[in-house]
Design a protein around this ligand. Sequence first.
Ligand SMILES: *Cc1c(COP(=O)(O)O)cnc(C)c1O
Length: 370
Amino acid sequence: MRNISELNTSKRILMGPGPSDVHPRVLKSMATPLIGHLDPEFLEVMDDIKFMTQQTLKTQNPLTFVVSAPGSAGMETCLVNLLEPGDEAVVCIHGVFGNRLADIAERCGAKVIKVESEWGKPINPDDVKKALANCNPKLLAIVHAETSTGVLQPMEEISKLTKDAGALLVVDAVTSYCGVDLRVDEWGIDALYSGSQKCLSASPGLSPVTFSQAAIDVLENRKTKVQSWFLDLTMVKNYWEGAKRAYHHTAPVSAMFGMREALRLVLEEGLENRFQRHKKNHELLRDGLEGLGFEFLVEKEYRLPMLNAVKIPAGIDELAIRKRLLNEYDIEVGGGLGPFAGKIWRIGLMGESATTNHVNMLLGALKAII
Ligand SMILES: *Cc1c(COP(=O)(O)O)cnc(C)c1O
């Protein structure tokens, strides 16, 4: 017989690529007794979440809501609603998540034109310009904060090129949202998805999404049905807005309670203060890590404050040290993905994990181990 005792996990310090630590107020809100997902009180919770999501994304888009599934489902929501078989899509790839975008776009039946850069470097706008000129693009998709490499992608020039080509701009802001500057309306972003578990510091499993009017126009003029029933926005949107609020699926009520409180915390702190906090702690961590012999993968100008990709110094057994960090110090940091497996660490300072205490705990543990 398997003896299954009451759940009792270790108290971890989350400094990987997500999830991040969660504020006690968010955890407390998730223990609120359930109400029905069509209860007028829950519809108000949804309206609160929508309003605060618009504010944190700096958008007026009426079609702004939360997909009841993780960031990857937000990614899929943007692409399955906007692409039809035979469409051409330019997909920028500078890490794992660009590859995932390309894979999904291909599964939608689109012809994918890839714009690639070496991992650890941003996408070059000149390459984007060439790719857009050589096809008839319905959209361009790009990752704003590439969590697999720690690169912050400058957006404004690529946005302008995309608009000039008459294409929609689709942006992955899973890691950038609530950690660095992000302006949906000002930057001309047509469809954007994020995640709840990175710099927002809510529990994993929800994906904020927003669509511009131009994106809605494309959706409404489709010739074919959206391939996915669950992610079809023409139906989901009747659950999130309008007078009817029709049943579509049962929302994850407790997770939504948590998301509402996490958004309240962001607005209480203020977006600018939050960005500054991420930056300040990134600098503190950088100085400490460099003192220990770690080098950053990404050039200073393009570094993400919330995801620090550092090369493992020679002679260090990275897996053994990561195991000791977890087992002896309860600290989680991320390893490298793809070509960077075994070569880099990805140290997250996301949301509630972007504090001076977190930085000092990790540096103290590393000094003791190395
Ligand atoms: C984490 C992440 C995703 C995927 O989110 P999940 O919640 O794990 O599905 C997508 N894009 C980027 C850039 C991410 O960091």
